[in-house]
Design a protein around this ligand. Structure first.
Ligand SMILES: *Cc1c(COP(=O)(O)O)cnc(C)c1O
Length: 370
């Protein structure tokens, strides 16, 4: 491929399930000179990234870092470090990502029990708590923002209940972090992972994680080595911690990008950012209703940043999305899993959650749908 081909990468408005639009400031940060992964300047930048991540996760957890890999790498890191073969895990499934969590936990050799809910609905927290008491797991895994269905799972009471039964609570907040409250300390979440390319508005490539004291104790008490060398926190933590021991080369420029992206999140302020996501969601919803477009998830538990709506009757799903992309440069997502072909997933994530984008999408959709 000749180099000029890359000059023709199109500009898009990313309103799908991620990646979302990346502000120029973040791309510029990424383009700064690569320096060594043990350069003192870089090490202090890493410390600042960890500090900013603590602020965004609403936690004081010492073990807060960015895993080298996308959101799924964060899921795999926490499962591989917190679970040992034959440990019991309880996984809550109401969409694609809960299903992926089960798959990952099983591959760690855990004995996995699941509870399931229809797609688009959420678990009543008491159902999850009852299941915890019945199963007696070492780890309970749940998805806070199910990107495949648009459902916003309440989780504020699960951490205390997990503590009561001696279980660890692991939360997937890949899509919620930076777009809706994720109060790790207040909700007593033991371990959480996220991704950079959703509401943090950074390119994909890193997975922020945070682990509380009980989770770190569980890792320290392991009888077996972590089965993944690359994702082994007993080693990775020495690079992010005071020893600065080389484990693998950090993705330097991605960390510049995350540093900048987190700076933007904190400049706006978490509360203001969460409120902006709700406001844009309401604006979109109010514009879709007169077009006869309804949500496929429980309306009492809609995610602000991921609007899963039914494809209107008689409309060709793929053709409509192709026209949005080709004629308006707008990307929205198709349905995933059970919703394949029948739902659209409209993302309002981070930098992309603006009046301008909502109104552009509504105007473009009304043209495309005639
Ligand atoms: C996007 C997403 C993931 C996976 O992240 P990748 O960056 O695609 O690996 C996991 N969980 C949820 C809820 C997601 O939305």
């Amino acid at each position: 491929m000749r180099s000029e081909t890359y000059n023709h990468i199109p500009e898009r408005v990313l309103m799908g399930p991620g990646p979302s639009d990346v502000p120029a400031r973040v791309l510029e940060a990424m383009g700064r000179p690569t320096i060594g992964h043990l350069d003192p300047f870089f090490l202090s930048l890493m410390d600042q990234v960890a500090q900013r991540l603590r602020a965004v996760f609403c936690t004081t957890n010492a073990m807060t870092l960015a895993v080298s890999g996308t959101g799924s790498a964060g899921m795999e890191t926490l499962a591989a470090n917190l679970l040992e073969p034959a440990d019991r895990a309880l996984i809550c499934i109401n969409g694609v990502f809960g299903g992926r969590m089960r798959d990952v936990a099983e591959r760690c050799g855990a004995q996995v029990e699941t509870i399931e809910k229809p797609w688009g609905s959420v678990f009543d927290q008491d159902e999850v708590i009852d299941a915890m008491r019945r199963v007696g797991p070492k780890l309970v895994g749940i998805v806070h923002a199910e990107t495949s269905t648009g459902a916003h799972q309440p989780i504020d009471r699960l951490g205390a209940a997990a503590r009561d039964c001696g279980a660890l609570l692991m939360v997937d907040c890949v899509t919620s972090l930076g777009g809706a409250p994720v109060r790790v300390d207040q909700w007593q979440i033991d371990a959480a992972y996220s991704g950079t390319q959703k509401c943090l508005s950074c390119p994909p490539g890193l997975s922020p994680i945070t682990l509380g004291d009980r989770a770190v104790e569980a890792i320290d008490a392991r009888r077996s080595r972590v089965q993944s060398w690359y994702l082994d926190l007993t080693m990775v933590r020495h690079y992010w911690g005071a020893d600065r021991a080389y484990h693998h080369t950090a993705p330097i420029n991605m960390l510049y990008a995350l540093h900048e992206a987190l700076g933007i999140v904190l400049e706006e302020g978490l509360e203001a950012r969460w409120a902006r996501h709700v406001e844009m969601h309401e604006r979109l919803k109010a514009g879709l209703a007169p077009m006869g477009i309804d949500y496929v998830s429980d309306p009492a538990h809609s995610l602000p940043m991921l609007n899963a709506v039914g494809v209107p009757k008689g409309v060709d799903d793929a053709a409509a999305r192709r026209r949005l992309l080709e004629e308006y440069g707008l990307e929205i997502g198709g349905g995933l899993g059970a919703f394949k072909g029948s739902a659209w997933r409209i993302g309002l994530m981070g930098h992309a959650a603006t009046h301008r984008n909502v109104d552009l999408l509504l105007a473009a959709l009304s043209r495309v749908l005639g």
